[in-house]
Design a protein around this ligand. Structure first.
Ligand code: PLP
Length: 393
């Protein structure tokens, strides 16, 4: 097929819910993608933080192929090896106690919210089900996680939404205390607000928040759907913040390009969800879990240190360009936000870059870069060169 044919077929038969760039991708290699006519793109998006090992990675592809030949799916009514091994690795590397596997980020956050409410119900009974989340956050597109999202524009059309959410300002404990009450069971945060603009929370605030949650017996719920699995230069961002959440969700990069997500609970919360309280047909799928094991095999501690170094390098190179439309960079590891200066639109800037052969994302009113974690210096330099050439005026 040609790119044009793929776009026409999509327009006809797939619901028009995404504002897509005018590009159809056929294949990829490393951090490079190619359209149906063979045009090359440098990828600073990794499928919105999913393809952490890039494209065509042999360790990942062989693991997926071997598991697909052996056992594709058998349901959670039986035991399987890949998911059990992946859960063990995640717990050993983080200090968390056990895992529930699901399929996407919004669904993982649904599980995290259910766990928080049940923890409180079991211990204190009804009436203590409110979750405080942060303004400018993003937690998903289900009816409940839209409401967990602290942005008014998402609380539209789909009424009635799930009750029991209130919002506080990021990095402001007084704002949180002002909306708290006897009905609170948990506080939900992204340590680096992703969709909101790549805005890392202050470390001191996060540590004080953990202390307050412990004092009040509110669960500290950390959404690592975007920041997890090596993206910020540690396996999970909470490790850099020096905290251990009660429950953390993950998704996106966990299986390097196959749909998988989950939640991890600490020792206090390990038995809250018992038989019959939570389930999902595809959760812990053996092929996805085998892909997740391949990701863990690559993401050694030394590799994660390199992610931090690559993040620093890429930010330095971009800032050194001194482009008229771009300001300071921010973020952690290879989760990078770039200020788009007043008078310029981030959508326009992104479109110009994509047209010139560099795939980037927007977030808040800036640009967002989530390159594959395996990106090389040469690939980063090629992307920066496109920025320099395209955005000089
Ligand atoms: N939570 C965060 C922090 C996210 O960034 C996202 C997606 O961007 C989600 C939840 C929702 O994940 P999904 O689209 O996989 O449902």
């Amino acid at each position: 097929m040609t790119s044009q044919e793929v776009k026409a077929l999509t327009g006809q038969y797939i619901m028009n819910t995404y504002g897509r760039f005018p590009v159809a991708i056929e294949r990829g290699e490393g951090a490079r993608l190619y359209d149906f006519e063979g045009r090359e793109y440098i990828d600073f998006t990794s499928g919105i933080g999913v393809c952490d090992l890039g494209y065509g990675n042999p360790v990942w592809a062989d693991a997926v192929a071997e598991q697909a030949k052996k056992l594709n799916h058998v349901s959670n009514l039986f035991y399987t090896e890949p998911a059990a091994r992946l859960a063990e690795i995640l717990c050993r590397r983080t200090g968390m106690s056990n895992v529930f596997f699901a399929n996407g980020g919004g669904e993982a956050n649904e599980g995290l919210i259910k766990l928080a409410r049940k923890y409180s119900f079991d211990k204190y009974g009804k009436g203590r089900a409110t979750i405080i989340s942060l303004n400018n956050s993003f937690h998903g597109r289900t009816i409940t996680t839209l409401m967990a999202t602290g942005q008014e524009r998402f609380h539209n059309y789909f009424f009635p939404f799930t009750e029991g959410f209130r919002y506080a300002d990021a990095n402001d404990l007084d704002s949180l205390k002002a909306v708290a009450g006897d009905d609170v069971c948990g506080v939900l945060v992204e340590l680096v607000q992703g969709e909101g603009g790549v805005l890392p929370l202050d470390k001191e605030y996060v540590q004080q928040l953990q202390a307050l949650c412990r004092e009040k017996d509110w669960l500290l719920l950390v959404d690592e759907v975007q920041s997890g699995v090596g993206r910020t230069g540690s396996l999970f961002a909470f490790q850099q913040y020096g905290i251990l959440p009660d429950v953390a969700s993950f998704a996106k990069g966990i299986a390097g390009g196959l749909p998988m997500s989950g939640i991890m609970a600490n020792e206090k919360c390990r038995d809250v969800l018992g038989p019959g309280t939570h389930a999902t047909t595809f959760g812990a799928n053996p092929v996805c879990a085998a892909a997740g094991l391949a990701v863990q095999q690559v993401l050694t501690d030394a590799f994660l240190e390199e992610v931090q170094a690559k993040g620093r390098y890429l930010r330095e190179q971009i800032e050194a360009l001194n482009l008229p439309c771009l300001g300071k960079t921010r973020g952690l590891g290879l989760m990078i936000g770039i200020e788009v200066k007043e008078g310029w639109s981030n959508g326009d800037v992104a479109n110009r870059l994509v047209e010139a052969g560099l795939l980037v994302l927007t977030a808040g009113d800036g640009l967002r870069l989530l390159p594959p974690l395996v990106i090389t210096k040469e690939e980063m330099d090629a992307g920066v060169a496109i920025m320099a050439k395209t955005l000089a005026q």
